[in-house]
Design a protein. Structure first.
Length: 254
């Protein structure tokens, strides 16, 4: 299947890197030089600059611009596409329907790990396009179909924004090891291994069980864990997800 990405930013490039393995990929952007540089890095894609009257008739579009650019880009699109897949945070299906003509509409929320084919992508929209959507986004990682846009907005907070939150934890742990006296390159390697091993454990174990099985009475883990509770890490995580979700809802009202 041929897929047309509109936008050439971080996410369009991440998606393209994964999608080229199984699909024909066209990338439409504003700047020819930027597109050429991207094509040098992902030679399988075809590139095209956005026309003032860009014909999308019969195409399968993955819309990858910033939410605020929906209005200005959509006025340049003519014709009716087959399926419009949007990755825009917060932007409602109703808003897409008002501004871009398509047979079917799908909202998706991938994450930056699409670039290494390990995205966690949440999807909702027209049921007629469900199987195609799951098939396309499965080629860049795991997928989860949900039935409401509200669920997708919550998924945006956790799986869309989540890499930034986990990256913060990874960076902080690394700094902690450096603070304790370990060389940075060794600290970094340890944290990479830690994340990968813990991700494997999480496939089959509840987080609380993992925590309980690590924490010995009066041991090192308990000593460190107390500090995390003092720093309200759990409370901060819950508040972060709530704030990101509220922002997605707010973007949807614009
Ligand atoms: N960065 C991330 O981790 C994720 C981002 N998203 C969503 O992906 C979308 C793109 O985000 P990024 O790739 O991070 O942003 P970016 O800034 O890297 O890319 C945005 C793209 O939109 C284009 N664009 C902006 N205004 C335009 C206009 N007026 N006319 C034509 N093109 C225009 C830019 O040229 C660029 O190609 C956003 O809607 C965001 O909500 C979704 C999941 C994860
Ligand atoms: O920060 C944002 O708004 C986008 C959506 C999810 C990840 N990045």
């Amino acid at each position: 299947m041929k897929l047309t990405l509109i936008g050439n930013g971080i996410m369009a490039q991440s998606l393209a890197r994964g999608l080229v393995k199984n699909h024909e990929v066209e990338m439409i952007g504003r700047n020819e030089n930027t597109l050429k540089t991207i094509q040098e890095q992902i030679p399988q894609i075809t590139i095209k600059t956005l026309d003032d009257q860009e014909n999308i008739e019969g195409k399968n579009i993955i819309f990858c611009v910033k939410p605020y650019a929906l209005g200005s880009v959509s006025t340049r699109l003519v014709g009716e596409c087959d399926i419009l897949f949007s990755i825009l945070a917060g932007t409602k299906l109703s808003s897409l329907k008002n501004q871009i003509k398509s047979k079917y509409y799908v909202r998706t929320m991938p994450n930056i790990a699409a670039s290494v084919q390990n995205s966690m992508t949440t999807i909702t929209g027209d049921n007629e396009a469900k199987n195609i959507a799951l098939d396309i986004f499965s080629s860049i990682g795991k997928t989860l179909w949900v039935n409401t846009e509200n669920q997708l907005d919550i998924a945006t907070a956790i799986a869309g924004s989540g890499p930034a939150y986990l990256a913060l934890v990874a960076e902080a742990l690394t700094d902690g090891a450096v603070n304790a006296g370990l060389e940075r390159h060794l600290s970094k390697e340890l944290v990479q291994g830690l994340f990968s091993g813990t991700a494997s454990l999480l496939e089959n174990s509840h987080p609380a069980i993992i925590k309980d099985s690590v924490m010995s009475p009066g041991g090192t883990t308990a000593a460190g864990y107390t500090k995390l509770e003092e720093g309200a890490v759990r409370d901060s995580m819950i508040k972060a997800i709530n704030a990101a979700y509220s922002k997605a809802v707010e973007l949807g009202k614009k």
